[in-house]
Design a protein around this ligand. Structure first.
Ligand code: MRU
Length: 364
């Protein structure tokens, strides 16, 4: 996707053929800088510190982290240690486990001398598959948006999204925003309400940055405004991403998603979730009870960072010193509040039978 007119992906192999380069998402939207991941520890740090974030991109970065580790030392012990270190970085997005399992199973079954090459090839395959999946999600989701547009000719479709599920959360295209990009390119008139997404503000900083660069009409709103907009008929459709989806269609996404789903349900606004198959955790049925929810530093709640008038990126305190804060990163929206899941294989009901129809090979 585009950044000041040039096309980028979020992760690519460096010129030395060993390290990878990513966009440093902690500096956006104020500074666009790339960041080198030369060692497995660099990859683990980049995921933990959210230099890269978003479920699909975490998975791809994990896969490259294992490839770098295999290049450093391809023994079973080192691959297993690297897998454990990468796995420990973020607990909720299941793509990380999915990608690490996929690469490590391949490596551990291969002769040590072949592991390095196999690991880089598999990481690249995962990255390329992610682009294809997200583009297909875009095609299926754009049809949902076009349907909505056809119901009110001459009026833009107003879409609300939460967090960043655009190309920055994946390798390209994104999940929830891929349908927006595809529909806009097909000439469908639309406008996106962007939840700021406290505490880390992925909506205000990343989604707004993406939409601005793609020339998509959008408005950033305070997280608390969504319910009011829906009550007043200003939102036609909600589309969000997912960090982990259960086989029964419960969806775990950035904290605050559940409240938007409740407001959408109460106001009869369709609530869609866009996700690649790699975010489905087929082992889990009940998302509320079974998905591990990441708790992050309270500092992300007590402080906020932004650009000062001299251009520096600065952090300031919001809360009184001494007031404790709590910072759950994700929440779970039960399947009954989800109008449909938009996957790379098409749109289905958020239910065990809906997902089993699209992924028959995963039927238990
Ligand atoms: O904490 P983050 O920024 O990694 O959270 C990202 C999200 O919640 C996205 O909405 C999610 O990864 C969906 S994109 C498949």
């Amino acid at each position: 996707m585009r950044v000041t007119g040039s096309d980028y992906k979020t992760i690519w192999l460096d010129q030395d053929g060993r390290g990878v380069r990513v966009i440093d998402q902690t500096l956006l939207p104020h500074r666009f800088e790339t960041h080198a991941l030369a060692t497995m520890n660099d990859a683990a740090r980049a995921i933990a510190q959210m230099i890269v974030r978003g479920a699909p991109l975490i998975g791809v970065t994990g896969a490259y982290g294992l490839a770098i580790a295999a290049g450093e030392d391809a023994s079973d012990a080192n691959i297993e240690a690297a897998r454990a270190a990468l796995m420990a970085t973020r607990p909720t997005a299941v793509n990380l486990r999915w990608a690490l399992d996929r690469v490590s199973a391949l490596l551990l079954a291969a002769p040590v001398s072949e592991r390095r090459a196999l690991a880089y090839a598999e990481a690249l395959r995962i990255a390329e598959e992610d682009v294809a999946c997200c583009e297909a999600i875009g095609t299926h989701g754009a049809a949902v948006i076009a349907d909505m547009a056809a119901r009110s000719p001459g009026k833009p479709v107003n879409i609300l999204t939460h967090c960043n599920a655009g190309w920055l959360c994946a390798v390209d295209w994104g999940t929830a925003l891929a349908p927006v990009y595809k529909a806009a390119r097909a000439g469908v008139a639309l406008h996106v309400y962007v939840d700021e997404t406290r505490p880390r503000n992925q909506g205000a900083s990343l989604t707004a940055f993406e939409l601005l660069n793609e020339g998509i009409p959008h408005t950033v709103i305070a997280d608390n405004a969504g319910g009011h907009l829906m009550q007043h008929g200003l939102v036609d459709l909600v589309i969000v991403g997912s960090d982990r989806t259960t086989r029964a269609g419960d969806v775990c996404n950035k904290i605050g998603t559940y409240l938007k789903a409740l407001a959408a349900h109460e106001n009869g606004v369709p609530f869609y979730v866009a996700l690649p198959g790699s975010t489905i955790d087929w082992r889990i049925g009940d998302g509320v009870r079974e998905i591990p929810i990441e708790q992050r530093s309270p500092r992300e709640v007590t402080h906020i960072s932004g650009q000062a008038s001299n251009g520096d990126i600065v952090e300031v305190r919001l809360t009184p010193r001494g007031s404790p804060a709590l910072n759950f990163g994700f929440d779970v929206t039960p399947a009954r509040f989800v109008s449909g899941l938009v996957t790379e294989r098409g749109v289905c009901a958020a239910s065990e039978s809906g997902l089993a129809r699209l992924y028959p090979e995963m039927r238990g």
